[in-house]
Ligand binder design. Structure first.
Ligand SMILES: C[S@@+](CC[C@H](N)C(=O)[O-])C[C@H]1O[C@@H](n2cnc3c(N)ncnc32)[C@H](O)[C@@H]1O
Length: 336
């Protein structure tokens, strides 16, 4: 059944569907963007491209960022959040092995059944593939190296509009065969006013609040008992944006809401302020992706004359990662 038919059925039965539910269905239903069998998703031939799919230099940079804090790690447990094709983990493995660093375990947290199968085939079942960070099993002698690229921006978020002292949840309904957005009274309004009390919301401001991201951050936090290094790169903002940050991409082009329902990737700008506050005890550092590359790309690639390499570096430092009203940022923190 098509995504549009499923959405229509929900609207017919319940009157409306929340933005978060709509996006979770569009991304993760069996026919949704990340699960449909029919497609090359993250590649030049697919719908969008990511830094690890452009060049292994992105993965090498993240490894170098890790090695700066843990110069001689004995046993490293790799943990990638949302690996998709698994390219970043393959690059990390190659880089660490070339530095004679022992990898004791590889854990991949991947929700898409399509990608789970692809990862099991790619790594010949030598990896743990889980759906949730709560399943991580770090041994006492391991350093947990957690990394992700464009993971948090693929997770659904609720959207609320602020009006006259209350937050109303934004939902989708259908009126005379046309889709439209409506604002519904929400039981979460008082909770949200308390949770975001340090911000000054004005009428018409949008709040994006993802309980799904908060659950994942909580699961990660519970597991940070031993030594670890965490590095996440994502599209988002450093200060809460109070705007709609939802992006729709299909065939490498932006599409408008309701323009098409099938083969669309939906993503939200990530609230780095929230991630920062979650892990504040570990004193996180937030930098732009450009600075991440400038600071941690291994020296031998910074000093290269090779045109291909220079082009790849420019791409992952470049405009693609610094437009559409936001930027790509990296957040990192660790405990020894
Ligand atoms: C935008 S893609 C990025 C893939 C890859 N990291 C890259 O850079 O090419 C987002 C990935 O996160 C996965 N994902 C999204 N939400 C997830 C969740 N709640 N748990 C686990 N994986 C999730 C998706 O299935 C997809 O593989």
């Amino acid at each position: 059944m098509s995504i549009q038919t499923k959405v229509d059925q929900i609207i017919k039965n319940l009157g409306s569907i929340s933005i978060q539910d709509f996006i979770e269905i569009s991304n993760f239903d069996s026919e949704g963007f990340y699960n449909a069998e029919n497609d090359d998703k993250i590649s030049i031939k697919g719908h969008f491209i990511t830094s690890p799919e452009i060049t292994p230099l992105f993965g090498y940079t993240v490894c170098n960022q890790f090695l700066e804090k843990f110069p001689n790690p004995k046993k490293v447990h790799l943990l990638e959040l949302g690996p998709g094709n698994g390219t970043l983990t393959q690059d990390v493995i190659n880089f660490l092995r070339s530095h004679h660093i022992s990898i004791s375990q590889i854990t991949l947290i991947e929700k898409s059944i399509y990608f789970q199968k692809k990862l099991a085939a790619k790594f010949s079942n030598k990896v743990n593939i889980y759906e949730s960070p709560s399943q991580i099993d770090q041994k006492n002698d391991e350093i947990l190296f957690i990394y992700s690229n464009e993971f948090f921006d693929a997770i659904g978020s609720k959207q609320f509009i602020y009006k006259k002292g209350a937050f109303y949840e934004i939902a989708i309904t259908k009126d005379q065969n046309l889709y439209k957005l409506i604002y519904q009274h929400s039981l979460l309004s008082d909770f949200l006013k308390e949770y975001y009390c340090s911000y000054d919301f004005k009428d018409g401001d949008i709040l994006e609040h993802s309980n799904l991201i908060i659950n994942i951050l909580e699961e990660i936090k519970i597991n940070l008992n031993g030594s670890f290094f965490f590095s996440a790169t994502d599209y988002g903002y450093k200060k809460i944006s109070k705007k709609n940050s939802l992006r729709l991409i299909s065939n490498h082009e932006k599409v408008n809401f309701f323009e098409q329902f099938e083969n669309v990737d939906y993503s939200f700008g990530v609230n780095f302020e929230l991630i920062n506050s979650f892990f504040i005890n570990f004193k996180p550092i937030i930098s732009t992706q450009k600075d991440l590359i400038n600071n941690f790309l291994p020296k031998q690639f910074q000093n290269t004359n090779n045109e291909e390499t220079l082009k790849a570096i420019e791409l992952i430092k470049g405009k693609k990662f610094d437009d559409m009203g936001g930027s790509f940022y990296n957040i990192s923190f660790y405990k020894k």
